[in-house]
Design a protein. Sequence first.
Length: 137
Amino acid sequence: MKHFVTMIIVMMLVVGCTTASPPTQDSQPIPQTSIENTNSDSISEDTTDMAQDTLSPDLQQAVLAEVAKQQNVSADQLQISSATADEWPDACLGLAGPDEMCAQMITPGWAVMVTDGSTTWQYRIDLDALQVRLVDG
Protein backbone atom coordinates (compact mmCIF):
# COMPACT_ATOMS: atom_id res chain seq x y z
CA MET A 1 0.00 0.00 0.00
CA LYS A 2 2.87 2.33 0.84
CA HIS A 3 4.40 1.83 -2.62
CA PHE A 4 1.03 2.44 -4.26
CA VAL A 5 0.63 5.85 -2.55
CA THR A 6 4.20 6.80 -3.46
CA MET A 7 3.57 5.84 -7.09
CA ILE A 8 0.36 7.96 -7.18
CA ILE A 9 2.23 10.98 -5.79
CA VAL A 10 5.05 10.58 -8.32
CA MET A 11 2.54 10.30 -11.17
CA MET A 12 0.74 13.45 -10.00
CA LEU A 13 4.03 15.34 -9.91
CA VAL A 14 4.98 14.17 -13.40
CA VAL A 15 1.57 15.10 -14.82
CA GLY A 16 1.62 18.44 -13.05
CA CYS A 17 5.08 19.29 -14.40
CA THR A 18 4.39 18.53 -18.05
CA THR A 19 3.95 21.38 -20.49
CA ALA A 20 0.80 21.98 -22.43
CA SER A 21 0.70 20.49 -25.88
CA PRO A 22 0.72 22.84 -28.86
CA PRO A 23 -2.69 23.96 -30.11
CA THR A 24 -4.40 21.73 -32.59
CA GLN A 25 -5.89 22.97 -35.84
CA ASP A 26 -9.41 23.12 -34.42
CA SER A 27 -8.47 25.02 -31.24
CA GLN A 28 -8.91 28.78 -31.25
CA PRO A 29 -5.88 30.93 -30.46
CA ILE A 30 -6.14 33.15 -27.41
CA PRO A 31 -5.98 36.78 -28.53
CA GLN A 32 -3.07 38.77 -27.16
CA THR A 33 -3.94 42.09 -25.61
CA SER A 34 -1.76 44.89 -24.44
CA ILE A 35 -2.43 47.61 -21.94
CA GLU A 36 -1.44 51.04 -23.13
CA ASN A 37 -1.16 54.14 -21.02
CA THR A 38 -3.77 56.47 -22.47
CA ASN A 39 -3.51 59.08 -19.71
CA SER A 40 -2.05 62.17 -21.34
CA ASP A 41 -1.19 63.57 -17.91
CA SER A 42 0.89 60.56 -16.90
CA ILE A 43 3.52 61.32 -14.33
CA SER A 44 7.15 60.40 -14.88
CA GLU A 45 9.03 58.82 -12.03
CA ASP A 46 11.21 61.92 -11.68
CA THR A 47 9.78 65.35 -11.10
CA THR A 48 9.61 67.15 -14.43
CA ASP A 49 9.25 70.89 -14.79
CA MET A 50 6.29 71.61 -17.06
CA ALA A 51 4.90 74.82 -18.46
CA GLN A 52 1.66 76.25 -17.14
CA ASP A 53 -0.22 75.17 -20.25
CA THR A 54 0.30 71.49 -19.37
CA LEU A 55 -2.40 71.95 -16.75
CA SER A 56 -5.81 71.77 -18.35
CA PRO A 57 -7.75 75.04 -18.36
CA ASP A 58 -10.30 73.49 -15.98
CA LEU A 59 -7.56 72.47 -13.57
CA GLN A 60 -5.97 75.94 -13.76
CA GLN A 61 -9.31 77.59 -12.97
CA ALA A 62 -9.95 75.23 -10.05
CA VAL A 63 -6.53 75.97 -8.55
CA LEU A 64 -6.84 79.73 -8.98
CA ALA A 65 -10.36 79.75 -7.51
CA GLU A 66 -9.25 77.78 -4.46
CA VAL A 67 -6.11 79.87 -3.92
CA ALA A 68 -8.20 83.06 -4.24
CA LYS A 69 -10.57 81.74 -1.57
CA GLN A 70 -7.75 80.65 0.76
CA GLN A 71 -5.75 83.88 0.35
CA ASN A 72 -8.81 86.16 0.28
CA VAL A 73 -7.90 87.77 -3.05
CA SER A 74 -9.63 87.97 -6.42
CA ALA A 75 -8.89 85.10 -8.79
CA ASP A 76 -8.41 87.72 -11.52
CA GLN A 77 -5.31 88.96 -9.66
CA LEU A 78 -3.70 85.52 -9.63
CA GLN A 79 -1.68 83.62 -12.17
CA ILE A 80 0.15 80.32 -12.19
CA SER A 81 3.88 80.96 -12.55
CA SER A 82 4.90 77.29 -12.72
CA ALA A 83 3.50 73.80 -12.46
CA THR A 84 5.58 70.70 -11.86
CA ALA A 85 4.32 67.13 -11.97
CA ASP A 86 5.12 65.36 -8.72
CA GLU A 87 4.17 62.47 -6.43
CA TRP A 88 3.57 62.45 -2.69
CA PRO A 89 3.72 59.61 -0.17
CA ASP A 90 0.12 59.93 1.00
CA ALA A 91 -3.36 61.17 0.09
CA CYS A 92 -2.71 64.38 2.03
CA LEU A 93 -0.01 65.28 -0.51
CA GLY A 94 2.66 65.00 2.18
CA LEU A 95 1.08 67.90 4.08
CA ALA A 96 -0.99 66.21 6.79
CA GLY A 97 -2.01 68.25 9.80
CA PRO A 98 -1.15 67.03 13.32
CA ASP A 99 -4.52 65.32 13.89
CA GLU A 100 -5.17 64.30 10.28
CA MET A 101 -5.24 60.71 9.07
CA CYS A 102 -4.11 60.13 5.48
CA ALA A 103 -4.24 57.08 3.24
CA GLN A 104 -0.70 55.81 2.75
CA MET A 105 -0.48 55.60 -1.03
CA ILE A 106 1.56 57.30 -3.71
CA THR A 107 -0.53 60.25 -4.87
CA PRO A 108 0.36 61.93 -8.17
CA GLY A 109 -0.39 65.57 -8.74
CA TRP A 110 1.16 68.95 -9.28
CA ALA A 111 3.36 71.37 -7.36
CA VAL A 112 1.99 74.74 -8.43
CA MET A 113 3.40 78.20 -7.85
CA VAL A 114 0.71 80.91 -7.80
CA THR A 115 1.41 84.63 -7.63
CA ASP A 116 -0.53 87.85 -7.34
CA GLY A 117 2.51 89.84 -8.53
CA SER A 118 3.86 90.61 -5.08
CA THR A 119 3.44 87.34 -3.20
CA THR A 120 4.05 83.81 -4.45
CA TRP A 121 2.50 80.75 -2.82
CA GLN A 122 3.47 77.14 -3.33
CA TYR A 123 0.60 74.68 -3.48
CA ARG A 124 0.26 70.96 -3.98
CA ILE A 125 -2.75 69.58 -5.78
CA ASP A 126 -3.94 66.14 -6.74
CA LEU A 127 -4.69 65.32 -10.38
CA ASP A 128 -8.32 66.46 -10.09
CA ALA A 129 -7.66 69.51 -7.87
CA LEU A 130 -9.93 67.99 -5.22
CA GLN A 131 -7.17 68.84 -2.78
CA VAL A 132 -5.38 72.18 -3.02
CA ARG A 133 -2.93 72.47 -0.12
CA LEU A 134 -0.65 75.36 0.73
CA VAL A 135 2.97 74.40 1.42
CA ASP A 136 4.03 76.27 4.56
CA GLY A 137 7.42 77.56 4.52
